[in-house]
Design a protein around this ligand. Structure first.
Ligand code: ADP
Length: 741
C-alpha cells in the first residue's frame, strides 16, 4: 500500500493520519513507535521510583554502613553487587549523593564520573593510557636501558610508524642470518584489546599503517604447549595505593587456550587466528572452542589447574609463580612515576578521593617455562557470563562457573582491602558468614560455586600463600588485612577507630560473641590476595625506583598542580635550579634540547597539547646525563645526574627557606662575625647570585689574591643587601675596596 502511488496521492495529510485510513493501518511503524515510547516512559518512571526510593533509603543508611556506588559499573555491576551484598554493604546502583559513597565502582576509567569529591574509586586517573601497549613498552624499554639483566621479560618491541626504519633494518638483518628460523613479527594496535587488529608478518613491507600507532614485537615461537595448544595466563593484580605503593597478587586467575593445535608460523598459517592468538573473545567464536566445567579441560581454565598440570609434568610451578610475581612488581615499578603524575594532575582539588585498581597481566610461557609479559590490561573483564551456542548460529549468554570462581573472590577481597577501616566493623563483617563458610550467593539464590571444592586443600605452588576459600589457611597471612589499623597513609586512607558508631559496635559485640573473633581471624585468612609489594620485593627492588625521583622533580618543575606537561620556561627554570649551567649547559643548549625532545616525543602526544610530557622529560634528562655525566655504565651515569640535580634542588630549597626569614635571623644564622665565607650566597637577597659570585671571585680575588678581610666581604654584602643590583654601583664599590687595600 505504501508503494501505491495512487492511494497515497488521493489522500490528504489529515486523512492519511486518521486511524481509518488504509495507509495508517498498513504502517505498523507508528504503532511500534508508540509502543516503544510507552515502554521507555514506563522504564523511566520505574527508574525514577527506584531512585527516589533509594534516595529515601540513603537518608536512613546508618553511618557505619559502607556504601558502594555501582551506577557506572556496567558489565561489572553483577559481580560487584553480589560481593557487596555478601559483605553487608549498601549498593547504590543509581549513584549516591556526591559526598555519600565510600566506594565508586567504574567500568572503564576514573573519568566515568568526574563529579566525585570523596571516597575510593576503582580506577587510577589515566591508567588506560598509561597501560596502553606503546606507553607500557616505552616505560619497560627505559628501565631496560638502565637494568638490562632485570627487564628482560618481554618480547623485543618497536613502535610503529615512528620506528619503522629501525624495525625494517633489523628485520632485514635478521632475515639475512640464514641459521635462524625465519623471524616472524606480531603487530598490535596500541589501544587495541581482545585481539582486535592484530596480525602476523614476516616482511616489514606488509605493515599496514592505518592511522593508528602500533607496537610490533618479535613473535615468540618456542612457547610452552599443553596438549599441543598454545595458551596464556591472566594474572590479576590489585594496586591499593600509590603513596606508599602497595600491591597484591591474586592466587587464582585464568588460562586461555587457542582452539587450533599450535604449529610454528609459516607463510601458509600466518593468518590462522585460532592457532596463534589465545584471546577468549576470539576463540569463543571458533567451532573448536571447548566449554567445560571441569577444571583441567576446556579452552578456558583456571590458573591453578594449569599450575597443577605443570607440577604433574614434573615442572616446578613454585619457581614459575615467583618469576611471575617478579614480573608484576618490576612492571608496576616501571609505570609508577606516570601513575603518580597523572594522579597529581587529576586529583588536584580532590584531596579526599583515593584510588585503587585491579589489573590483568597477560603472561605467556616459553618452552623452558620462562614467563614473558604480553600486555597489562587496565580494564580486565569482570564479566561472569559466557556464551553458548544453543542452535547453529544462535548463541545465548550463560553463567560461567570458572569466571565466577575466579572473579567473585577477587572482587570481594579487593573490596575488603579497601573498605573504610572505621566503618568496616565486626558487625558487618559478621554478616557475610553465618555457618563458618563463605556465602557465594551469585545471582540471587542460585549458588553455582562448587562448595565441595572449598573443603579440599589445594595443591599450589610453594611461593603462593593460599588463603582463598578453596585453600588451606596460612599462618603468615594474618597481618595482610588491617581491618582495625589506625594509621593514616599519605594517600589519605581513613583512620580507624575514630568513628563513634563503629567503636560502639565493637563494644556491644565484643563480649558475648567469642566465636566471632575466631571467625574474624578466619575471615582475614581466607583472602585470595597476597601482598607482594612492599612486603616481599620492596627492599630488593628499591634500586629500580630511580625514575620516581625524577618524577618528583618533574612535578616540582610543573609547579602548578593540575597540569602534566612542562613548558620551555619550566624546563629552563628546572635546569637553572639544578645548576646545570655550571656543568656547561648554556640556556641556548637547554632550549635546543627542549625543542628536540618535544619533536621526538610528539608521537606520544595524540591530543597535540603543548609542552613536554614525562617521557620527553626523562629522555631529555638522559641526554644531559649522557653529555655531562658520561660513564660507560648507564645506571651510574644516570644516578650521578639525579644526585647532582637533587642536591642542587635541595640546596636551593634551603636557600629559599632561609631567604624567607627576617634579615637579622639570616645574618646571625649564616654569617658568624669572624668567619670568612668564601661566598655566603644565602645572605645576598637583592642581587643575582651568579653575578655577585662572579664579581666577587673574578674581580676581588683576582686583583687581590693575597688577602681579603672579613670586613670587605661583610661590607660588600651589607651594602648590596639593601641595594638593587646596578652594575655601576657595584663597580664603584669594587673600585673603592681596591683603592683602600
Ligand atoms: P590484546 O590486548 O588485543 O589481547 P595481546 O598483546 O594480549 O593483545 O595479544 C593477543 C594474543 O596474541 C595473546 O593472547 C597471545 O596469544 C598472542 N601474542 C601476543 N604477543 C605475542 C608474542 N610476542 N608472541 C607470541 N604470541 C603473542
Amino acid at each position: 500500500m505504501i508503494g501505491d502511488g495512487k492511494v497515497m496521492s488521493s489522500l490528504g495529510p489529515r486523512e492519511r493520519l486518521s486511524k481509518d485510513s488504509p495507509y495508517y493501518k498498513a504502517t505498523d511503524f507508528r504503532q511500534l513507535q508508540i509502543i516503544k515510547r510507552r515502554k521507555e516512559a514506563a522504564e523511566k518512571a520505574r527508574e525514577r521510583r527506584e531512585r527516589l526510593q533509594q534516595l529515601a533509603e540513603v537518608k536512613t543508611i546508618s553511618r557505619s554502613t559502607v556504601t558502594i556506588d555501582t551506577s557506572k559499573a556496567k558489565s561489572n555491576s553483577e559481580v560487584v553487587r553480589v560481593c557487596s551484598e555478601d559483605l553487608g554493604w549498601k549498593e547504590l546502583p543509581f549513584g549516591g549523593r556526591k559526598d555519600n559513597c565510600d566506594v565508586h565502582w567504574h567500568a572503564v576509567s576514573f573519568q566515568d564520573n568526574p563529579d566525585i569529591y570523596r571516597g575510593k574509586v576503582n580506577k587510577f586517573p589515566g591508567a588506560g593510557q598509561i597501560f596502553n601497549k606503546v606507553n607500557l613498552f616505552r616505560c619497560l624499554d627505559f628501565m631496560k636501558t638502565l637494568f638490562p639483566n632485570e627487564y628482560n621479560f618481554y618480547p623485543r618491541t618497536w613502535f610503529l610508524p615512528y620506528q619503522y626504519t629501525e624495525f625494517a633494518a633489523e628485520a632485514r638483518r635478521l632475515a639475512e642470518k640464514k641459521s635462524r628460523p625465519k623471524p616472524t613479527y606480531i603487530v598490535k594496535p596500541s589501544e587495541g584489546s581482545q585481539g582486535e587488529g592484530i596480525y602476523l608478518l614476516r616482511d616489514p613491507q606488509n605493515y599496514n599503517y592505518n592511522g593508528r600507532s602500533h607496537v610490533v614485537q618479535e613473535y615468540l615461537t618456542n612457547v610452552f604447549l599443553i596438549d599441543g595448544y598454545k595458551f596464556d595466563l591472566r594474572i590479576y593484580v590489585v594496586v591499593t595505593r600509590l603513596e606508599p605503593v602497595e600491591f597484591y597478587i591474586c592466587n587464582e586467575g585464568l588460562a586461555r587456550f587457542s582452539t587450533l593445535p599450535y604449529e610454528n608460523p609459516t607463510n601458509k598459517n600466518l593468518q590462522e587466528t585460532f592457532m596463534h592468538l589465545t584471546n577468549y573473545s576470539l576463540n569463543k567464536k571458533s567451532s573448536h572452542f571447548i566449554k567445560s566445567e571441569k577444571d583441567d579441560e576446556g579452552s578456558k581454565r583456571k590458573l591453578t589447574s594449569v599450575l597443577k598440570a605443570l607440577d604433574r609434568m614434573g615442572h616446578d610451578s613454585g619457581t614459575l609463580w615467583e618469576s611471575i610475581e617478579r614480573i608484576v612488581s618490576k612492571t608496576l615499578i616501571a609505570v609508577l612515576s606516570e601513575l603518580k603524575i597523572e594522579r597529581q594532575a587529576a586529583l588536584h582539588g580532590k584531596d579526599a578521593v583515593t584510588c585503587f585498581q585491579i589489573f590483568g597481566f597477560d603472561i605467556i610461557l616459553l618452552k623452558n617455562l620462562k614467563p614473558y609479559l604480553l600486555e597489562v590490561n587496565a580494564n580486565p573483564s569482570m564479566s561472569i557470563v559466557g556464551e553458548q551456542e544453543v542452535s547453529p548460529g544462535v548463541t545465548q549468554t550463560v553463567p560461567s562457573i570458572k569466571d565466577e570462581e575466579v572473579k567473585y573472590p577477587l572482587i570481594r577481597d579487593t573490596l575488603l582491602l579497601i573498605a573504610p577501616k572505621h566503618k568496616y566493623t565486626r558487625r558487618n563483617r559478621e554478616g557475610r558468614r553465618h555457618d563458618g563458610r563463605p556465602k557465594p550467593r551469585l545471582r540471587g539464590q542460585d549458588n553455582r560455586i562448587n562448595l565441595a571444592d572449598f573443603d579440599k586443600p589445594m595443591q599450589t605452588p610453594n611461593a603462593l600463600i593460599i588463603r582463598s576459600e578453596s585453600c588451606e589457611e596460612s599462618p603468615s597471612s594474618k597481618d595482610e588485612h588491617e581491618f582495625t589499623t589506625t594509621e593514616t597513609d599519605v594517600d589519605g586512607n581513613e583512620n580507624g577507630g575514630t568513628d563513634s558508631d563503629s567503636s560502639r559496635d565493637d563494644t556491644e559485640q565484643g563480649t558475648d560473641e567469642q566465636g566471632t573473633d575466631e571467625q574474624v581471624e578466619e575471615d582475614e585468612e581466607e583472602s585470595c590476595l597476597k601482598k607482594i609489594f612492599p612486603d616481599i620485593y620492596g627492599e630488593e627492588y628499591k634500586r629500580f625506583r630511580l625514575i620516581e625521583k625524577l618524577a618528583s622533580m618533574f612535578l616540582t618543575a610543573l609547579g602548578l598542580r593540575g597540569i602534566q606537561r612542562l613548558g620551555p620556561t619550566g624546563f629552563r627554570t628546572f635546569s637553572r635550579k639544578c645548576r646545570l649551567n655550571r656543568k656547561g649547559m648554556t640556556n641556548a643548549a637547554i632550549d635546543i634540547l627542549y625543542i628536540d625532545m618535544q619533536r621526538k616525543w610528539d608521537h606520544m602526544n595524540p591530543d597535540r597539547s603543548s609542552g613536554l610530557g614525562f617521557h620527553g622529560f626523562l629522555d631529555a634528562c638522559f641526554e644531559i646525563a649522557r653529555r655531562k655525566f658520561y660513564s660507560p655504565d648507564r645506571l651510574e651515569m644516570f644516578e650521578s645526574f639525579i644526585d647532582y640535580c637533587e642536591s642542587n634542588l635541595c640546596q636551593r630549597l634551603k636557600e629559599e627557606d632561609i631567604k624567607r626569614k627576617p634579615v637579622a635571623v639570616r645574618t646571625a644564622h649564616k654569617l658568624p662575625r669572624r668567619t670568612v665565607h668564601l661566598f655566603p650566597r644565602t645572605t645576598v637577597t637583592s642581587l643575582e647570585e651568579e653575578t655577585v659570585h662572579n664579581l666577587f671571585n673574578h674581580s676581588m680575588f683576582r686583583k687581590l689574591p693575597t688577602f681579603v678581610s672579613p670586613y670587605d666581604i661583610n661590607q660588600f654584602i651589607a651594602v648590596k643587601r639593601t641595594e638593587t643590583y646596578r652594575p655601576r654601583s657595584l663597580k664603584r664599590l669594587l673600585r673603592t675596596n681596591n683603592g683602600r687595600e
